[in-house]
Design a protein around this ligand. Structure first.
Ligand code: HEC
Length: 190
């Protein structure tokens, strides 16, 4: 085969020098942009490895999960407290906080400003309770609500610690005899 008459091939410029039994090699490099991308990923992996593994700067998956959960719990105040710690609180500062929560969470809209009850919710200052008067029962009603009867479940909006405070506050109202108290509902419970 002669080369003289052969039209010039686009590949001719790329033919490499070596020739083995008539088999030639084309030098056909990848486009620059792909090579650039390739080098960038190598650079990135080095920085990434350094940040997370060698310099130990970044949080690993588990630590990051814990950190983000804490941010979430803080934001939505739904961190849970272990059940042994969920007891009736009687110290003045906790009851004061409970009162603030009572107002901030709009409990008064259905239970009156002083827990005396209104057209919607029951009186919580008397000795009559629909769902029981123990700390645990009051806590559970606030946490899980009584949706069918119009009592909101507050578990998605309040932490257990805050429910504990507001439940303690409510139980501290017993016998306070506020004006305009609603008639007794439920069972007598002391
Ligand atoms: C949208 C109205 C509404 C809001 C807001 C509301 N409640 Fe109630 N709550 C009710 C109703 C209605 C009942 C009575 C449920 C029933 O009849 O079973 C009730 C019942 C209760 C009971 C049980 C009373 C009993 O006699 O056993 C407690 C405790 C209670 N609410 C606490 C709270 C607290 C604390 C808040 C605020 C964090 C709150 N509620 C906000 C409507 C409301």
């Amino acid at each position: 085969m002669t080369t003289e008459n052969k039209p010039k091939d686009v590949n001719d410029d790329h033919i490499m020098d070596h020739d083995y039994d008539g088999i030639k090699e084309l030098d056909n490099p990848a486009p620059r942009w792909i090579m650039a991308l390739f080098y960038i990923t190598i650079g990135f992996s080095i920085l990434y490895g350094a940040y997370y593994f060698w310099l130990k700067q970044g949080d690993h998956q588990d630590a990051e999960y814990v950190r983000k959960s804490a941010v979430h719990d803080e934001k939505y105040k739904i961190a849970t407290v272990s059940s042994e710690d969920l007891v009736l609180l009687t110290d003045a500062s906790a009851l004061e906080e409970g009162k603030t929560i009572y107002n901030e969470m709009n409990c008064f809209a259905c239970h009156g400003m002083q827990g005396e009850g209104n057209a919607i919710g029951p009186n919580m200052t008397d000795e009559f309770w629909i769902h029981g008067c123990s700390f645990q029962e009051v806590f559970d009603v606030i946490k899980n609500g009584v949706p069918a009867k119009g009592m909101t479940a507050f578990k998605g909006q309040m932490s257990d610690a805050n429910i504990q405070k507001v439940a303690s506050y409510i139980l501290s109202l017993k016998g306070s005899n506020p004006p305009n108290a609603k008639e007794a509902q439920g069972e007598k419970c002391e």
